[in-house]
Design a protein around this ligand. Sequence first.
Ligand code: SF4
Ligand code: SF4
Length: 205
Amino acid sequence: MYGKGILKGLSVTWKRFWDTYLDDISWWVRGKKRYYTTEGVAHRSSKDARGIFTVQYPEEQLIQPEEFRFVPFLVFDGNEENKEVRCTSCGICAKVCPPQCIWIVRTNDPNTGKPVPQPAEFYVDMDICMNCGFCAEYCPFDAIKMDHEFAIASYDRNVYNLEKLLKPASYYAEIRPLNYNKEEEARKAKEAAKAAKAAAATQAA
Ligand code: SF4
Ligand code: SF4
């Protein structure tokens, strides 16, 4: 029959249309809100969603999976007043970055002129960054991580400096809890092994 495909397609639209209202009613009966709530957005993103599954961006935003990545940021420990920047300005991230959009200036000791393992300046051109995550993969100090923040469009060039790149470790723990905990456990195990080795060496002496 001609038009069978059209009718089939329309029936899907029709079903989705009515399911939206049925879903709305079932949420209303349970005294819950299906729109503009985290629970509602999570439901609409799940396989259980029967009716409307789109979100009203930017008022509503999809819940991002942990491994979602956009542009990089630099991690610091300590607090806002006393930032312990993890980056040692080793330059590995700048070397592996495929489009070469990272620039680092290493700090030098003003008295001796010798290099100090921390960045004096750090820039990432976010308009060139291709979101590959290589910088975060290769950093030996867990100092650069991939952010979930994606709404960064602007009329100006998006070149982030050190001030704009730095975010606390607590933020990293919040957006990537599994990765953060895994890294912290590995760090603690490494420190414990180091302490045990030092204790054994002292005992042997
Ligand atoms: S972010 Fe990591 S890889 Fe890049 S310079 Fe700093 S310590 Fe090295
Ligand atoms: S995510 Fe990829 S392109 Fe972007 S700064 Fe890191 S290495 Fe470079």
